[in-house]
Design a binder for this molecule. Structure first.
Ligand code: PMP
Length: 404
């Protein structure tokens, strides 16, 4: 048995982390990891999460019963408001079907599965992903029998958005195509459309009847403001583009391991929303029976208590602010001090946890091998891996790699 099973290659990000861990060089730097680190390169438990955990564990009525199949209602309701807005017309009219999921990955999976079962595809089952995108998107859609294709997104020449090609492709796709959009803080590039550009993207979605599959893994991480980062999603809802949103609390609440996420499907009518929800329940039942309670309870406490909610917003500003500070310091070192060849404006223009540096695979390789700076081959760096102690070492190493 199993002699026919081929050996799969290890996941490249996890492989990178393992190589970093094994490296004994004292000044090694890990820029591969997609998790927030504080200025001492330590994981950061948000103070608000500590408080909410204490409240939760001191509750004499806390039990360990199953949650409902579609999750903790106080959590999913508040989570929907967080992404769609307190005054969302879709929520007010009862058109949002929400289900708690295994973090953002589970939300993407459930959304993809729902589409695979129920979306009226124009021909074969296909989804269009940004080129590049979070690599897991490909496997998630393939797993449910949807063929992942790509649309142009990133322009290596400008290290920015390939807006013209992106828009032209959206226009040329068959009507009613399913298109995945990163709601904010695009992974891996850190390049987001401007509001004006989102408006034009929205125009094409409406004209062509495309379906918007929003993935929102970084709300709050782009600008430090939760509402600001939800702008594109809310604009699409306001303009009545058919859509769903995948939501994760891994990054913005630092609850990576608790797997707290949600899928929200906005339906055209209350009656449709009821039918959609019934099917989300059936799908969830067969896959996980019901979602895990612990993380959802913590997030529910934070979202439903005004004091904790305000504190959470401050914690998010701390994380986003430190990342923005690192962008500024790196930019200053490269442009003013080291005068590294090339244009580095993208370091401060890009958004969120990640930055596409624009360096070649060879230069990335040199950084890993010669400087003990760990990053993916595509030149993506996690800004959260930089801090006041290592930013200079990184800038000097990058400078050396660029000069060859
Ligand atoms: N979508 C994107 C674009 C991501 O970058 C990530 C995290 N790397 C996720 C979804 C899902 O993360 P999680 O399952 O940890 O919430």
């Amino acid at each position: 048995t199993w002699s026919q099973v081929p050996l799969a290659p290890p996941d490249s990000i996890f492989k990178l982390s393992a190589a970093y861990k094994d490296d004994t060089f004292p000044n090694k730097v890990n820029l591969g990891v997609g998790a927030y680190r504080d200025d001492d390169n330590k994981p950061w438990v948000l103070p608000v999460v500590k408080k909410a955990t204490k409240i939760l564990l001191e509750d004499p009525n806390l039990d360990h019963e199953y949650l409902p199949i579609t999750g903790l209602p106080s959590y999913t309701t508040a989570a929907a408001k967080l992404i769609l807005g307190e005054d969302s017309p879709a929520i007010a009219s009862g058109r949002v079907s929400s289900a708690q999921t295994i973090s953002g990955t589970g939300a993407n999976h459930l959304g993809a599965l729902f589409l695979s079962r129920f979306y009226q595809f124009n021909g074969d089952k296909k989804v269009y992903l940004s080129d590049p995108t979070w690599v897991n998107h490909f496997a998630i859609f393939r797993n449910v029998g949807i063929d992942p294709l790509t649309y142009p997104y990133y322009d290596p020449k400008t290290i920015g958005l390939a807006f013209g090609a992106f828009l032209d492709t959206l226009k040329s796709l068959p009507e009613r195509s399913a298109v995945l959009l990163h709601a904010c803080a695009h992974n891996p590039t850190g390049v987001d459309p401007s509001r004006e550009q989102w408006g034009q993207i929205c125009d094409v979605f409406l004209a062509k009847g495309h379906y918007a599959f929003f993935d929102c893994a970084y709300q709050g991480f782009a600008s430090g403001d939760l509402d600001n980062d939800a702008w594109a999603v809310r604009e699409f809802v306001r303009r009545e583009v058919p859509l769903l949103v995948c939501q994760s609390f891994a990054k913005n609440a630092g609850l990576y391991g608790e797997r707290v996420g949600a899928l929200h499907i906005v339906a055209p009518t209350v009656e449709t929303a009821g039918r959609v929800k019934s099917q989300l329940s059936v799908l969830t039942r067969s896959e996980i029976s019901n979602p895990p309670a612990y993380g959802a309870r913590i997030v529910s406490l934070i979202l439903n208590n005004p004091e904790l909610f305000d504190e959470w917003k401050r914690d998010i500003k701390t994380m986003a602010g430190r990342i923005i500070q690192m962008r500024k310091e790196l930019y200053k070192l490269l442009t003013e001090e080291l005068k590294t060849p090339g244009n580095w404006d993208h370091i401060i223009n890009q958004i969120g946890m990640f930055s596409f540096t624009g360096i070649s695979p060879d230069q990335s390789q040199a950084l890993v091998e010669k400087a003990h700076v760990y990053l993916t081959q595509n030149g993506r760096i996690s800004m959260a891996g930089l801090n006041s102690h290592n930013v200079r070492y990184f800038a000097e190493s990058l400078d050396r790699a660029v000069r060859g």
